[in-house]
Design a protein around this ligand. Structure first.
Ligand SMILES: Nc1ncnc2c1ncn2[C@@H]1O[C@H](COP(=O)(O)OP(=O)(O)OP(=O)(O)O)[C@@H](O)[C@H]1O
Length: 592
C-alpha cells in the first residue's frame, strides 16, 4: 500500500470530513428548527387555550354578576310584593267590614220596605171602590188639562209664528223657507277606492224643527261639527207638496190685497226646485208643486170676489245663457218665433221686458195648459248629477188686474192699517208694557181689514189711538205674482259637462253669483246694488230690491255627496234673510 499521501489528499479528506460535519450540523439545525416550530405551535395552542379559558372565566364572572343583580331585583320585587299583599289584605278586611255593614243595612231597609208595602197594601185593601174611581177621575182630569196645555202651547207657537211673520213684513225682510228633500237613488254613487271618510250617500242635512236645519259636517280625523241654520219655515223629507204650499198660501191673499209677490226656488242641481215649483210626473194633485197650486188658489180667491172684478194674464220667460226668451211668443200662424227680449228700466225705476207676450187666462187649468205647452221649450240637459237638469231660469208671471170696488176698499183699509201698525211699531207697539197690558193684543186679519168705524182699539196702552185713515187713489191696480224656478248651481267637475253645456253651466253659475252679490249689497245697504250685472237680477230687480213680498224657497239635498253645495245654499238663504227691503207697498198702477 503506497505510503505517500500527499497534502492535497489530506486536505481533500479534511474537507470531506468537514463537509460531513457541516451536513450533520445542518441536519441538526433543521431538526431543531422543526422542533422549535412544533414548540411554537404548541405554545400558540396553549396560549389560545389560555385565552379561551380567560374569556370563559370573564363570562362566568359576568354571569355571576348578572345573577347577583337579578337576585337583588327579585329580592326587592318580592319585598314590594309582600308589602302590597299586606296592603291588599288590609283593604280586603276593610271592604269586608263595609260589606258586612252594607248587608246589615240592606237587610234593615228591605225589612222596612216590606213593612211599608204591607202597610200600603193594607191601606189599599181598606179603600172603598168609589175612592179608586175618584182617583181615576182625577187622573183623567189631569190628562185632559195636560192636553189643553199642549193645545195652548201649539196655539202659542202658531201665534208666535204669525207675529214673527208680521214683524218680517213690517221690517220688509225677505222670507226664506227651506226644504230638505228625501235621499234619492242618485245620491248613491260608487265610492272611489281612494276616498276615505263618510259615505257619500250618508244623510247629513236634517230638518230638526219647523224652523231649524242641522248640518253634520264630517271630515276624516276631525270631530263632527254641527252647523245650525234658522229660517222662517223648514220642511223635512216627509213633508208633502200640500204642507209646503200651506206655508206659502197667505202670500196669495196679499196678492189680491194689492201687493206684488215673488216666490223663487233656489238650490243646487237636483235638490228639488222644479219638484217644489212645478211638481213631479205623474202630475197627480198630490204631486203638484207651488205653481199649479198657486194658480188654483188664486182663481179660488177671485171666485169669492164680485164677477169680472179681476182679470188674469200669464207670461212665461226663461233666462238662458244670460238672454231673456219669451216662451209664449208666436207669429200669426201660432209658430214659435225668435223669442229674445230686452229688459228696460222705466222712468219710475222699475224693470220691464219689452214686447213680452201675455196670454189672458180665466182658470187654473188654462194657466197650466199655457205653461205645460211651453215647458218643453225650456232648455234641459242630462248631467252626471241629474238626468233632467234645467239649464235656464224659468219665470212664470201671473198679472192680476183688479177693478173691483171691494178690492179697492180692502186695499185702502190695508194700506191705512199697515201705516197705523208701522207708526205704532215705531212708538212701542211691541213694547212689553203694551203687551203686558193686553197680552192677546195682536191684529187679526179681520181687524186689519176692518173699516175704521168697526175697528175697536184693542190696545189699552197710553199711546194715542191711530189717526183717521188716509184715503188713497181709487184707480184700478195691477199686481204681479212671479214664480221663479232658478237653474241649479253646480260644480262643473261633479256634473261632468263639457262643450255647450259647460258654457250653460258657467252662465248659470255667473247669474246665481250675481244674485248673491245683489243680496250682499242690499244686506249691507251699499249705495250701489249691481242689479245690471246679469239679466236675471235685472229682470227680478223689483222683486228682490223693490217693494214686493219675496219668498225664497231654498231646496237642499240631504246627503254627504252634496254637502258643499247644500252649505252654499243655506249660506245664501241666511244672507237673503239679512236683507231689509223697502216695506211692501200696495200697487196703484192704473190699468192701461
Ligand atoms: N221632496 C221630494 N220628494 C220626492 N222626490 C223629489 C223631491 N225633491 C226632488 N225630488 C226628485 O228629485 C229629482 C230632482 O228634482 P228636481 O228636478 O226638482 O231638481 P232641480 O233642483 O230642479 O234640478 P235642476 O236644477 O238640475 O233642474 C226629481 O226626480 C224629483 O222628482
Amino acid at each position: 500500500m503506497p505510503l505517500f499521501i500527499n497534502r492535497d489528499q489530506i486536505f481533500a479528506h479534511q474537507v470531506h470530513l468537514l463537509e460531513h460535519k457541516l451536513r450533520s450540523k445542518e441536519e441538526r439545525i433543521l431538526e431543531l428548527e422543526t422542533e422549535n416550530a412544533i414548540l411554537h405551535l404548541r405554545l400558540a395552542e396553549c396560549l389560545g387555550k389560555l385565552r379561551r379559558e380567560k374569556e370563559e372565566e370573564t363570562k362566568a364572572q359576568k354571569n355571576h354578576q348578572n345573577q347577583k343583580n337579578s337576585q337583588k331585583i327579585t329580592q326587592s320585587a318580592l319585598a314590594k310584593l309582600l308589602s302590597e299583599v299586606q296592603a291588599v289584605k288590609q283593604d280586603l278586611s276593610e271592604v269586608f267590614g263595609v260589606y258586612v255593614n252594607f248587608a246589615t243595612e240592606l237587610q234593615e231597609k228591605s225589612k222596612e220596605l216590606q213593612e211599608k208595602v204591607e202597610h200600603a197594601s193594607s191601606v189599599l185593601k181598606g179603600h172603598r171602590g168609589d175612592d179608586v174611581q175618584s182617583l181615576q177621575d182625577h187622573v183623567a182630569a189631569l190628562e185632559c188639562s195636560l192636553e189643553e196645555e199642549k193645545q195652548k202651547c201649539r196655539e202659542e207657537r202658531q201665534r208666535r209664528r204669525e207675529l214673527h211673520n208680521t214683524l218680517v213684513e213690517l221690517r220688509g225682510n225677505i222670507r226664506v223657507h227651506c226644504r230638505v228633500r228625501p235621499v234619492l237613488h242618485f245620491d248613491h254613487v260608487q265610492p272611489s277606492t281612494l276616498t276615505t271618510g263618510p259615505a257619500l250617500s250618508e244623510e247629513v242635512v236634517y230638518a230638526v224643527s219647523d224652523d231649524t236645519v242641522l248640518v253634520n259636517c264630517m271630515k276624516t280625523g276631525i270631530p263632527v261639527q254641527n252647523k245650525m241654520f234658522e229660517f222662517e219655515r223648514v220642511h223635512g223629507p216627509e213633508d208633502s207638496q200640500d204642507a209646503v204650499f200651506e206655508e206659502v198660501k197667505p202670500l196669495l191673499t196679499s196678492l189680491l190685497d194689492g201687493y206684488n209677490v215673488c216666490i223663487m226656488a233656489y238650490g243646487q242641481t237636483g235638490s228639488g226646485k222644479t219638484h217644489t215649483m212645478m211638481g213631479s210626473q205623474p202630475m197627480k194633485e198630490a204631486q203638484q208643486g207651488i205653481i199649479p197650486k198657486a194658480a188654483a188658489e188664486l182663481f179660488r180667491l177671485i171666485s169669492e170676489k164680485p164677477a169680472e172684478s179681476h182679470t188674469v194674464e200669464v207670461s212665461v220667460m226663461e233666462v238662458y245663457n244670460n238672454e231673456v226668451f219669451d216662451l209664449l211668443a208666436r207669429d200669426e200662424d201660432r209658430n214659435s218665433v225668435d223669442q229674445r227680449r230686452d229688459i228696460i228700466t222705466t222712468s219710475t225705476g222699475t224693470s220691464q221686458v219689452t214686447a213680452l207676450t201675455y196670454e189672458p187666462v180665466s182658470s187654473a187649468s188654462e194657466v197650466m195648459q199655457v205653461i205645460s205647452g211651453v215647458l218643453k221649450l225650456r232648455a234641459r240637459c242630462p248631467t252626471l248629477v241629474h238626468t233632467d237638469s234645467s239649464r235656464s231660469h224659468l219665470i212664470v208671471t201671473l198679472t192680476i188686474s183688479s177693478n173691483s170696488p171691494n178690492a179697492l176698499a180692502l186695499a185702502r183699509r190695508l194700506q191705512s192699517a199697515k201705516k197705523d201698525m208701522q207708526r205704532s211699531t215705531q212708538r212701542e207697539w211691541w213694547s212689553p208694557r203694551c203687551r203686558r197690558a193686553n197680552p192677546s193684543a195682536r191684529l187679526s186679519s179681520d181687524e186689519l181689514f176692518a173699516s175704521p168705524a168697526s175697528s175697536p182699539c184693542h190696545s189699552p196702552c197710553h199711546s194715542p189711538c191711530p189717526s183717521p185713515r188716509p184715503s188713497i187713489s181709487q184707480a184700478p191696480f195691477k199686481t204681479k205674482l212671479q214664480l221663479v224656478d232658478l237653474a241649479g248651481s253646480e260644480c262643473v267637475g261633479m256634473s261632468g259637462v263639457s262643450g255647450a253645456a259647460l258654457w250653460e253651466t258657467s252662465c248659470i253659475n255667473r247669474s246665481l253669483s250675481a244674485l248673491s252679490d245683489v243680496l250682499g249689497a242690499l244686506a249691507e245697504q251699499r249705495p250701489h246694488v249691481p242689479y245690471r250685472n246679469s239679466k236675471l237680477t235685472h229682470l227680478l230687480q223689483d222683486a228682490i230690491g223693490g217693494d214686493a213680498k219675496l219668498l225664497v224657497m231654498l231646496c237642499v239635498s240631504p246627503t254627504q255627496r252634496f254637502i258643499t253645495e247644500s252649505l252654499q245654499s243655506l249660506g245664501f238663504g241666511t244672507r237673503a234673510r239679512q236683507v231689509q227691503k223697502e216695506m211692501p207697498k200696495r200697487k196703484k198702477t192704473p190699468l192701461k
